[in-house]
Design a protein around this ligand. Structure first.
Ligand code: ZN
Length: 208
């Protein structure tokens, strides 16, 4: 993949890239109303990865937004949220969809899931992983209300909306265009998403 090139992530599938510290990448909701699950792993030692749990404490907030620094399960900075053209609704509380989720929803065992997409991408990169860590759910409009209720509200991202992140260490980035079509929080989806890996000052973004 050359720098600045837009790569389409077909609906319901995953994407991964091995990117160097300082690289920015942009997650794009092509048609609007669609969420992407995002994971980031230390390239050298993938057992260290972005941890939503630790990041929420680090930021003292529950909704990811521009200015956030995500930290790892070792509390080291791994990713910064640098730009957002969407209405700014993102989540890092709700687990990735997985096979049991769809079985419980009555969709059977063959329904694709974000967890499966992650495990597939990880396997291709030689990362041994048998479960999905808590993802950052880009464009997912999941809300916690004052009485403690958690609601999976419909995505409000518009066609072409983009969220841009900067890596703070060499890392493997995995994205999943969420295949959720039973619970109706993706009014536009499942649809294709896209990722753009941007040039970094003085260096070129690596291919993959
Ligand atoms: Zn999903």
């Amino acid at each position: 993949m050359s720098r600045g090139t837009r790569t389409v992530i077909p609906a319901r599938t995953g994407w991964s890239g091995l990117l160097t510290a300082g690289t920015r990448f942009r997650v794009i909701d092509i048609d609007g109303g669609q969420a992407a699950d995002l994971w980031t792993f230390n390239a050298e030692r993938p057992q260290e990865h972005l941890s939503a749990h630790h990041s929420r404490v680090h930021e003292g907030e529950i909704y990811p937004r521009v200015g956030w620094t995500f930290v790892t399960n070792e509390r080291r900075p791994i990713l910064r949220f640098v730009e957002d053209t969407s209405p700014g609704r993102h989540d890092c509380l709700v687990a990735a969809c997985d096979r049991p989720r769809y079985e419980l929803l009555g969709a059977g065992s063959s329904h694709g899931s974000c967890e499966e997409n992650l495990l597939e991408q990880a396997a291709e990169l030689g990362i041994a992983l048998d479960y999905a860590p808590q993802p950052v759910n880009v464009f997912a409009n999941f809300r916690v209300y004052p009485d403690g209720r958690l609601e999976l509200e419909p995505c409000v991202s518009r066609p072409g909306d983009a969220a841009t992140f900067e890596l703070l260490m060499d890392a493997v980035v995995v994205l999943s265009a969420c295949p959720q079509d039973i619970v109706g929080f993706q009014p536009g989806g499942p649809t294709d998403m896209a990722v753009e890996v941007l040039e970094i000052a003085g260096r070129e973004a690596p291919g993959n």
